[in-house]
Structure formats: structure tokens, C-alpha cells
Design a protein around this ligand. Sequence first.
Ligand code: AMP
Length: 415
Amino acid sequence: MRVLLVGGGGREHALALGLAGDPAVEALFAAPGNPGIAAVAQLREVTPTDPAAVAALAVEVAADLVVIGPEAPLVAGVADAVRAKGIAVFGPSAEAARLEGSKTFAKDVMTAAGVPTARAYTCEDASAVARALDEFGAPYVVKDDGLAAGKGVVVTDDRAAAERHAAECGRVVIEEYLSGPEVSLFVVTDGEAAVPLLPAQDFKRVGDGDTGPNTGGMGAYAPLPWAPPGLVDDVMRDVVHPTLAELRRRGTPFAGLLYVGLAITPSGPRVIEFNARFGDPETQVVLALLETPLGGLLHAAATGTLGAHPPLRWRDGAAVTVVVAADGYPAGPRTGDVITGADRAGIIHAGTRRDADGTLRSAGGRVLCGTATGPDLAAARDAAYALVRDVELAGSHHRTDIAAAAVDGRITISG
Ligand code: AMP
């Protein structure tokens, strides 16, 4: 199988490692890729959000499967353009990707499908915003309706800050605050059959103890020792299958990766958001534990044959990833700084570039992450932090408490 992977962040590096490790994958191309991906794939130049360009590249490299990593190409219709060339693609159509591209659309689907989620209003002017904030009270949850790379959500007790965010975004979804630990559940689907991966937890806030602004994600771990028994089965029954059925009913079946972001509230799991692709950085830990060859799994989802795919096999133990972010991230990351200590197994590249002389430099807000597995969560955590300690990048920062509460047994679902 010849595979073209679209994207160039940490998620795509993790996907590339998984695909390269599948004996059925005889050639792997990545566009645009990054210096980490370059070690396992042939890199090609492309604008990932240009449907015609990606489709032409897929034809040029004679791809049997195209795997689309990020959300922006999906929303732009890249999967549709590749499918129109008769090439199998892992990633939903633009129509189905609206599940991520529009929070209003996602709420609409959830309501129609009876999926448990926060009550919400879509608001387009200040008086509607004020009414919704009054009704739900603090903490206020205000979400940009469109794609915002994980940074369009403000959760705050500060009413003025909530109103300011709403005014800046224009059209927003304002919703009830959901309390409880968060879970990211990735589901591989061909539109009908659906296979859950291991649940993971990520860390959205920039600072230790969940302080500071939201980010794209500062770390993750899997599996979740504190997850209620039956969680995955319940979410498949109450969330995933009803959502997939509703999208089929609308004539826009969702095939690809359905990312279910949940809050485990005292009254049960509630959907915080859907995404239409693998999450970053949870992908790094989930795929580190997946033993089943990745290419075959994604190909089955892309070709409508997932129902016949054998059950997934997982490695024992746990995985942890810790993101190293650039000085100034998330507000205004500084780029171009030299990175040393990063050329080793377990370092996943996210925002890096390499000079002609081989020097590695920062090229984004989240620069790289240290990903490690271990016989248990504590061992995986120690190994991930050991990787990060050896990386030098001026001004960089990382959280020191990734997976700490889970290791210490401090996560509870209180009533
Ligand atoms: P989203 O982009 O919708 O995932 O939101 C980003 C983050 O904001 C989530 O991971 C949560 O930590 C937080 N968040 C979003 N919606 C809610 C909610 N209704 N209640 C509590 N926290 C929320």
C-alpha cells in the first residue's frame, strides 16, 4: 500500500510513525511533513488546504490511501477532491467535517440524535449574548462558532471577559458549564461500523494546575486508570452510534476519525465537542500503545470495510506525552530558535524546521513533544519527562504536571 499523509504537526509525526511501522505500507509520502516525519517518509511540498493540489499529488505518487491529519483541509473539501479521483481517503467529506467546522451544526446534530451535551444558544448580537450568560451563570463558556485551532473557547468567571470574547468572535455558541474530568475518545469509522481507540486525557491550559489560557494541548496520557467501568461502551451506544446514524440520515455519512471530547460529570458523560480528526497531542499516546497495524485500520475505514476488520490489539502499560512550547506561546510564540537534544526516539516534532546545514529550529508554538511508554503510568511519565529534560530550546516552557493527578489517584468524579 502506498500512503500519502497530509499535514505537518505532531499528530502527523505520530501518524507517520504508525504508518511506517505497518508492514503493509510499502511507500509513505508526507505533505508538507516536518523534519521529524522526514526520517520515515518522503516529503512533498503542497498547500494542505488546496483540494486540487492535494488530489493531484495523490495521483502523482500513485497513492492507494490518503490520510488527512488536520481539520482545515477536511473543512476545505480535500477529502472530497481526493475521493473524486477514485483514491481511498481517511477523513470525512467537507459536509460531514462541519461537525467540527461549525459548533452550531454540531449542536444541531447532537440535539437531533439525542446525544447528551451542554445546553447551548447560538448568539449573534450583544443582547442575545447577555441573555444566554444570564441564564447559565458563571463559569461562562463562550465558543467561537468557526474553526479556531482549539483556541476559540473562553471559560471564565469574568463576565466582562466573556462578553469581550463574544464581541470579538461575532457568532458564538454560549453554553452551560460542564464539571468533571475530561476524556478524549477517538473513534475510527467508515460511516457505519465504528471502532473506539483507547480513551486519553489532554491538558488544554498552558500552565500547571490548569491555569492560564487555553492552548492546542500541552500534554496527554492514556489509558485512564480512573475512567468509570463501561465508559467506552456507554459513549459508543449513547453518542457515537446515534451521531453516525443522524449523519447518514442527513445524507452526509461521516467516515474517518470522530473525536469525542467529553466531560465525565456526576450525571454521566456529556459531549463537550466533536472533532473530525485525530487530536493533538492525544494521538501521540494512543498510537504509541496501538499494536494493530495502522495503515490497514485506516484503509478499512476509508473503503467501507471496517466491519470486517479484526479487533484491535493494544500494548500493555501506559503512554505519556509532554509538549515543549516556544517562548510566548500561546499568545505570540517566538520562532527561529536553535533546538538541541531532539534527534532521538520518542521526540515527536510539531513546529520545527531544519536549516540546510542540519540545524534544527523552532517554527511554531508547540515545538515538539517527548512521548514515552512504560509498564505503568508513573514509569511512562518519568520516561517522557526524561526525554523533555534533554531538549534545549531558549525560552521554551512545558507543564510539569502532565498525568501527575492520575498517577497519584487524585482524579475523582464527584457528585
Ligand atoms: P473545545 O474547543 O470545545 O474543546 O473547548 C476547549 C476546552 O474548553 C475544553 O477542552 C474544555 O476544557 C473547555 N470547555 C469547553 N466547553 C465546556 C463546557 N461546556 N463546560 C466546561 N468546560 C468547557
